[in-house]
Design a protein around this ligand. Structure first.
Ligand SMILES: C[S@@+](CC[C@H](N)C(=O)[O-])C[C@H]1O[C@@H](n2cnc3c(N)ncnc32)[C@H](O)[C@@H]1O
Length: 466
């Protein structure tokens, strides 16, 4: 490490920026935002710098640089031509003033870091001036990874700091208290913009005699994991996956996604595939509540979106009955994922003005719909869980008047690297799918939008068009 990242208090500190260009303005702005007492020395200014000086009311000296200008300043930014910058840097150093020369790390005493600002949390990233582009990329990665409301969590901690110190004079106990809350329900309330509730929770814990114990109420996170491609997870899903104590996951959650769950968490498979009845929905409901009541952060991870053919609501109803707090994170449902990765838009001005999500799961061998409704023009039909009933579905649609050449697609293992797409018409698709031995999960899309697949198909997975 060639430079050390201090956090410097700049409030009221006299700083001089020499130069009137955009580089000078940028640095002056950073110093100004940190509360420094900024002066700008420049005979000529770029219009944006002029505007900045007007807007902020900082001191402006319209003069050519002389070393005497440095008197009284504690920090100097040289934002002029290289030769002049070298002079300024030397003069500043002779006077014991720290100097930064813009884009000249070799003559600078300090560098401006790239900043991720979640006030009061500030992250500074630097490469000692050697790789500004990599610094920018690193910052982008951190920006996406850190919750946008992290700063509010910092404010919550600040507001309860004194009380926590009184309650837990012992540093270790205090640390354990904050560890538990900064990755628990209080933090989640803050991230969901429910600051008052978070504040009350912390207050009541600090007033509670048992607050140091670990057996507090946990929480259930009902999270949609999307259709398979891990890149389709939401930021929030990933964050909760990283902090769960125990994970109950469905059969449809891909192994790559499970890989991203916190290493220390306990993984419990609760998939209820066709003809697998070992784990009932009631068992799952009970387990979720029991684990949360033991104080655990319980992640209920479901394929796609938990509120679309996911029985997520039933699980939540049970949690409500048992007084367990929860939150729901939507996921990309199979219809959106498969349609996008197969190049088949679900709606289109010239093809479909509406879309229906339909279950193809037959109870007692039948699907009790008003099938005639599905024959309307300008709509797209999406059948979930329809692989076994594919022939039945196509026959029903033919019976109620859909033409035998109506376009239809079946997407197998959509969004995954082994995705296959079968495109045909409703009279031929069942036999094509049968001979290709397609396997679940599959999604069926019916409607004229399917015709766009030829043109819009972009995904590199295996393609098997009829
Ligand atoms: C019980 S439903 C769950 C749906 C899920 N909640 C969602 O929003 O996608 C299961 C059905 O979703 C569909 N499905 C889920 N993931 C899929 C994938 N990657 N490719 C194709 N179909 C998928 C299949 O029709 C499967 O039978």
């Amino acid at each position: 490490m060639k430079s050390f990242p201090f956090f410097f208090k700049l409030e009221g500190v006299p700083c001089l920026v020499v130069g009137g260009g955009e580089g000078a303005r940028h640095k002056a702005n950073l110093l100004y935002k940190a509360g420094a007492n900024v002066s700008l020395l420049a005979k000529n200014m770029h219009p944006s710098t002029e505007q900045f000086v007007r807007d902020t009311g900082i001191d402006h000296l319209s003069d050519s640089y002389q070393k005497e200008h440095l008197e009284g300043f504690r920090l100097v930014i040289a934002a002029e031509e290289d030769e002049l910058n070298r002079n300024i840097a030397q003069n500043a150093r002779d006077r014991g003033i720290f100097v930064n020369a813009v884009d000249m790390p070799e003559i600078s005493d300090f560098y401006f870091p790239s900043i991720v600002d979640r006030n009061p949390i500030t992250i500074a990233i630097g490469s000692g001036g050697s790789s500004p582009v990599l610094v920018r990329h690193t910052r982008a990665m951190l920006e996406t990874w850190l919750p946008p409301k992290l700063g509010n969590l910092g404010k919550l901690v600040t507001s309860a700091k004194d009380k926590a110190r009184q309650k837990f004079p012992d540093l270790d106990m205090r640390r354990r208290f904050w560890d538990r809350h900064l990755q628990g329900r209080a933090a989640e309330l803050v991230y969901s913009d429910r600051l008052n509730e978070a504040q009350s929770l912390i207050d009541s814990e600090l007033e509670d005699d048992e607050a140091g114990s670990e057996t507090k109420l946990g929480e259930v996170y009902l999270v949609g994991a999307g259709p398979g491609d891990p890149d389709l997870l939401t930021f929030k899903a990933l964050r909760l996956m990283q902090q769960a104590d125990v994970v109950l996951y469905d059969r449809l959650v891909s192994p790559e996604i499970l890989e991203m769950v916190r290493r220390e968490s306990e993984l419990i498979a609760v998939g209820k595939g066709r003809n697998i009845y070992s784990i009932t929905q009631e068992n799952i409901n009970e387990s979720l509540a029991d684990l949360a009541l033991q104080g655990k952060r319980v992640l209920r991870l479901k394929g796609g979106d938990p509120f679309i053919f996911g029985r997520g609501a039933e699980e939540l109803e049970h949690l409500v009955e048992r007084g367990v707090p929860f939150q729901v994170v939507p996921g990309i449902t199979a219809a959106s994922g498969c349609a996008s990765y197969a190049g088949i838009p679900l709606t289109h001005r010239n093809h479909a003005q509406s879309v229906r999500f339909i279950t193809g799961h037959r109870v007692g061998g039948e699907l009790n719909f008003d099938w005639a409704e599905f024959v309307k023009e300008d709509q797209t039909l999406v059948f979930y869980m329809g692989l076994n009933g594919l022939e039945y579905i196509c026959n029903k649609l033919l019976e109620v008047g859909l033409p035998s050449d109506a376009p239809i697609a079946l997407v197998e293992k959509g969004t995954r690297s082994d995705q296959r797409v079968f495109v045909s018409d409703i009279s031929n698709l069942p036999k094509i799918v049968r001979s290709a031995k397609a396997e679940a999960p599959t999604l069926i899309i019916v409607g004229s939008v399917v015709k766009l697949h030829d043109q819009l198909n972009w995904w590199g997975g295996k393609q098997t068009d009829a």
